[in-house]
Design a protein around this ligand. Structure first.
Ligand code: DX5
Ligand code: ZN
Length: 222
């Protein structure tokens, strides 16, 4: 199957954001991953709807808005209006996940849920009837360039089994420390979407890097 590659613009050169996005699109990206951080849920601040609106103008690729923010319900509409296509919220940030997912869908967007490395998969098991994407964090969210937590491979494999049992089309995305070197491990475990920040944007050869990853994961079948 086609593994979807989602460059995370967190590691792009923000002084040339439009060119960076166009460059990864031209180099074969499938999705643009946008990391939104609030300085509360994670110890970093990044971008808001104004920048997402600019990103939207730079590409026709789907935008996956990864909300690493408390009270995501307050911001779903703004990120939907700004041009997000998939809106992903952390299960750790809300009391009423069905309500948040409903809100995302009521905006006509795809709904994703994300799990921190220490959060058990069971935290997402009740919403598999609703979601379009499950995002497994393989670093503690907040920064690009961190090391993949090796024990997460078993969690991805367990998530694969959970999604297969759900028998619905749900993207299994993996985010954090994904490199060409471990891409095959991650897709062998069952990931269908690879989020990659530093590995792509710090490579100097976006096409070469993504082709390298595709070569390594190419023969994976679900
Ligand atoms: C981390 C973000 C990631 C980050 C990944 O909190 O959610 O999307 O950009 O960056 P790398 O690929 O460098 O680990
Ligand atoms: Zn992310």
């Amino acid at each position: 199957m086609h593994i979807r590659l989602a460059p995370s613009i967190l590691s792009a050169d923000f002084s040339r954001l439009e060119q960076e996005i166009k460059a990864v699109e031209a180099a074969g990206a499938d999705v643009i991953h946008v990391d939104v951080m609030d300085g509360h849920f994670v110890p970093n601040l990044t971008i808001g709807p104004v920048v997402v609106k600019a990103v939207r103008k730079a590409t026709s690729l789907p935008l996956d808005i990864h909300l690493m923010i408390e009270h995501p319900d307050f911001f779903v509409n703004a990120f939907a209006d700004a041009g997000g296509d998939i809106i992903t919220v952390h299960v750790e940030t809300g009391y009423h996940l069905f309500r948040t997912i409903d809100l995302i869908k009521s905006c006509g967007k795809k709904a994703g849920v994300a799990l921190n490395p220490a959060t058990p998969l069971a935290a997402a098991s009740e919403v598999l009837t609703e979601i379009d994407l499950l995002l497994i964090m393989t670093v503690n969210p907040g920064f690009g360039g961190q090391a993949y937590i090796p024990s997460m491979t078993a969690k991805i494999a367990q998530a694969r089994r959970m999604l297969d049992a759900a028998a619905r089309p749900i993207e299994l995305a993996v985010d954090g420390g994904v490199k060409a070197d471990n891409s095959r491990t991650v897709t062998n475990a069952g990931a269908t979407m690879l989020v990659m920040g530093t590995e792509i944007f710090h490579s100097g050869d976006y096409r070469g890097k993504m082709e390298d990853v595709r070569r390594r994961v190419g023969s994976w079948t679900p």
